[in-house]
Design a protein around this ligand. Structure first.
Ligand SMILES: Nc1ncnc2c1ncn2[C@@H]1O[C@H](COP(=O)(O)OP(=O)(O)OP(=O)(O)O)[C@@H](O)[C@H]1O
Length: 251
């Protein structure tokens, strides 16, 4: 369970002392266990900033967030134990193979070497990584790197998943595999929060959606709730209306 309450964050404009860019303002939403929640918004809307705060990697200027009962500011270590986090454009250690990346991370999470190796093997199969499981990740394509980073986020079987644009760079089959995996995790009661600027991706997967635009949540709820609130018949129109675009953009 994730509860974000009135989160705000501004960054100093590079090369200035007093100019600030407001990245998010008063962002509030819930992501429940046993559901996939989609954070949908255009480029620069504040998705990654929100997810970095929820993953306890960035302090908000104001507001609070609680993940599985732990406050992200007061108890970041407990939050990190509960979550699997896929950062935007996640990096992996280039000198290690895919498998070594996974085992290394599993051991950092406190798993024994034996359990780490067993779990790494499971994830290599699950994520269809057999062809590059034992290759050093240096020179990997974006999709291959994303798959390793996703497997790494899942290695300790976390209760809550925070995935920043998880389908970024994945081909059709890998995307389908990922969707199936996220649905399985939902069925098992995990809380899954994903971000994307691709509306169809969010529509296909999510039970609930929070639409973010210019750093503010402009619509949230189940897809029928959002259609009702915007008086639209499909999510694409509702999204355009929610982010405040002109009717021409609805064509
Ligand atoms: N470290 C930073 N320094 C300065 N500005 C930043 C920083 N991080 C984010 N921003 C700004 O905050 C705003 C929100 O950025 P963020 O990365 O959260 O958006 P996003 O919705 O994830 O975008 P995208 O879909 O393009 O990845 C943008 O204007 C961005 O330029």
């Amino acid at each position: 369970m994730i509860e974000a309450t009135q989160l705000s964050k501004a960054f100093r404009k590079q090369g200035t002392r007093r100019e600030w860019i407001s990245a998010i303002t008063d962002v509030s939403f819930h992501a429940r266990d046993g559901e996939i929640t989609g954070l949908l918004g255009p480029n620069g809307a504040g998705k990654s900033t929100t997810l970095r705060i929820l993953a306890s990697l960035l302090q908000p200027d104001s507001g609070s967030a609680v993940v599985d009962g732990y406050d992200v500011a007061a108890d970041p270590v407990s939050v990190r134990r509960q979550i699997g986090y896929l950062p935007h454009n996640a990096g992996v250690y280039p000198r290690l193979t895919s498998r070594e990346n996974l085992v290394y991370y599993a051991e950092l999470c406190g798993m024994t070497r034996r359990d780490s190796e067993t779990r790494a093997e499971e994830l290599i199969e699950l994520m269809g990584m057999q062809a590059f499981g034992d290759r050093r990740t240096e020179g990997f394509s974006q999709g291959q790197r994303t798959r390793v980073a996703l497997a790494r986020a899942l290695i300790h079987n976390p209760r809550t998943l925070i995935l920043d644009e998880p389908t970024n760079g994945l081909d059709v089959m890998a995307t389908r595999g990922l969707r199936a995996l996220l649905r399985q995790l939902r069925e098992r009661g995990h809380c899954v929060l994903i971000s994307s600027h691709i509306m169809q991706e969010i529509e296909r997967l999510s039970d609930r959606v929070a639409v973010i635009s210019d750093g503010r949540i402009v619509a949230s709820g189940s897809i029928p709730d959002i259609l009702d609130a915007t008086a639209c018949n499909d999510l694409e129109d509702a999204y355009v209306v929610a982010i405040g675009e002109t009717p021409d953009a609805r064509a």
